[in-house]
Design a protein around this ligand. Structure first.
Ligand SMILES: Cc1cc2nc3c(=O)[nH]c(=O)nc-3n(C[C@H](O)[C@H](O)[C@H](O)COP(=O)(O)OP(=O)(O)OC[C@H]3O[C@@H](n4cnc5c(N)ncnc54)[C@H](O)[C@@H]3O)c2cc1C
Length: 447
């Protein structure tokens, strides 16, 4: 491979510095690492076109890289490859409050966009736990705590500009709330994990900031009760904007990490966005009653901005608290999602399986979407972690669910794709060949 020709065109934007190779060799969770051959820090569409032209000529893989916070090995090279880092493409190109949308480059992070929206009365809703880039979030079809109300990336990206592996630039979708014009390539490219094309511009939906917010943090004697209580909230039709579960181990970790004194019991964290003061009163009362009926041992409610934020601290810090509780361990996160009525059963199954396999794990996540994670704490290479994941996924699929609600497939979950999709996987492989016949875009991932 002749890197000199690429360096001649890109100059300082091509890096072979060991520190850059190291940061692009790994993600936030997958244990194996593998440095790329070089890193390109693209700051415009032309840099991407140049890199792809060189990659075609040299038959070298290119891996798009946003903020590097994905969890399934998506950005880790499998052999020689260029890591194409788009984090410098971080301009907010347009904010159109009257149309409730923004147009951004792919390296803009979700927090940077919300910072820029201050004063407009609008916000961008998708909020994975990390400060991910919008390109990366589209890449994994990310979601977050507010997805139960506002949707994930597919629902919040209206249009994309993408560069294909052959250098062609396509405009997919429109800045409209609905369209029935032809096959939906925009949605096909969302969740494609860098295997079909590279996003160079995204048009995303914005939402009005809610005026009437109230939250409840509720503790239960058992995990089953907490899961059933979450289902009762969803079944009630209350306007849940966030509905998250953290098990007792997660709360124990929080107590140590943040020096708190919460009851070491499973907890639900809930936020509601109401339409008026009167609606808020009625809805808060109904939520309280439902939680009491579900066997809550304590309920803390909040109604002011600051108090509401404080109530959520434990949920937001849960991952890092667990890492702090068990330093020097590996963390494998499952990401199963099932129809909401099956969620309590899957939570129960997961908890029993942990016990049966003598594994330490924390159950937490977006139960309002039927999506939760079992964060396994294990030693590197412990075969029980994979065995646990396999059994959980099999049970999830039997319940009509999916092996990943939001983290994507990457390397780790590839083995479940045939199980989940059957013959449809063959069609996905054909689609990959159609858009990337030379196989240079993030090869070895997803399909
Ligand atoms: C503490 C923590 C909490 C998390 N919580 C959540 C959560 O609640 N929900 C959730 O969904 N995820 C969560 N994640 C995972 C992660 O934040 C998401 O997967 C996120 O979408 C990754 O974005 P990124 O910018 O880091 O992308 P990267 O990791 O850089 O890339 C992700 C994928 O997108 C591709 N990609 C990147 N940029 C582009 C581009 N311009 N064009 C085409 N493809 C591109 C990459 O090739 C890769 O396949 C969490 C991670 C951590 C560490």
């Amino acid at each position: 491979m002749n890197l000199e020709t690429l360096a001649a065109q890109l100059g300082q934007k091509l890096s072979l510095a060991p520190a850059d190779l190291e940061t692009h060799s790994k993600d936030e969770s997958y244990p194996e690492r593998h440095p790329p051959t070089a890193v390109v820090f693209a700051d415009c569409l032309e840099d991407i076109e140049t890199t792809l032209a060189w990659a075609r000529e040299n038959q070298t893989p290119v891996i798009p890289f946003g903020a590097g916070t994905s969890l399934e090995g998506q950005i880790i090279p499998q052999g020689q490859a260029i890591s194409l880092d788009v984090s410098r493409m971080n301009k907010i190109l347009e904010i159109r409050p009257e149309d409730f949308l923004a147009v951004v480059e792919p390296g803009v992070t979700r927090k940077a966009l919300n910072e820029a929206l201050k004063g407009t009365g609008l916000f961008f809703s998708v909020d994975p736990g990390a400060d991910a880039s919008l390109g990366g979030m589209a890449g994994t079809n990310a979601s977050g705590t507010t997805t139960v109300r506002y949707g994930g990336m597919r629902q919040n990206v209206l249009a994309l500009q993408v560069v294909l592996s052959n250098g062609e630039v396509l405009e997919l979708g429109k800045a409209v709330r609905k369209t029935s014009a032809g096959y939906d390539l925009k949605d096909l490219f969302i969740g494609s994990e860098g295997t079909l094309g590279i996003y160079t511009r995204l048009t995303v939906k914005l939402h009005p900031l809610p005026s009437f917010i109230h939250t409840q943090r509720v503790f239960f004697a058992s995990l089953e009760q907490a899961a059933e209580a979450a289902f009762s909230i969803m079944a009630s039709g209350l306007p849940a904007a966030r509905l998250e579960l953290v098990d007792a181990l997660g709360i124990k970790a929080i107590n140590q990490y943040l020096e708190r004194n919460y009851p070491v019991q499973p907890a639900l964290f809930m936020e509601f966005h109401s339409s008026s003061e009167a609606a808020l009163e009625a809805e808060a009362a109904l939520a309280f009653e439902l939680m009491q009926d579900a066997g809550a041992t304590s309920i803390d409610a909040a109604r002011t901005g600051e108090a509401c934020t404080a109530q959520w601290e434990a949920r937001h810090q849960a991952y890092w608290a667990l890492v702090n509780l068990y330093p020097n361990k590996e963390y494998l996160s499952t990401d199963t999602a099932v129809p909401i009525s099956k969620m309590p059963e899957l939570v129960r199954f997961s908890s029993q399986l942990l016990e049966e396999m003598h594994l330490t794990g924390c159950i937490l996540g977006h139960v309002g979407d039927g999506n939760f994670h079992t964060l396994l704490v294990c030693d590197y290479g412990d075969p029980r972690a994979d065995a646990f994941s396999q059994r959980l996924v099999e049970h999830t699929l039997a319940l009509g669910g999916t092996c990943t609600g939001e983290h994507g497939i990457g390397l780790r979950k590839k083995k479940y794709l045939a199980l989940e999709h059957g013959a449809a996987l063959g069609w996905m492989q054909q689609i990959k060949k159609l858009f990337d016949p030379m196989g240079i875009l993030n090869p070895g991932k997803v399909v």
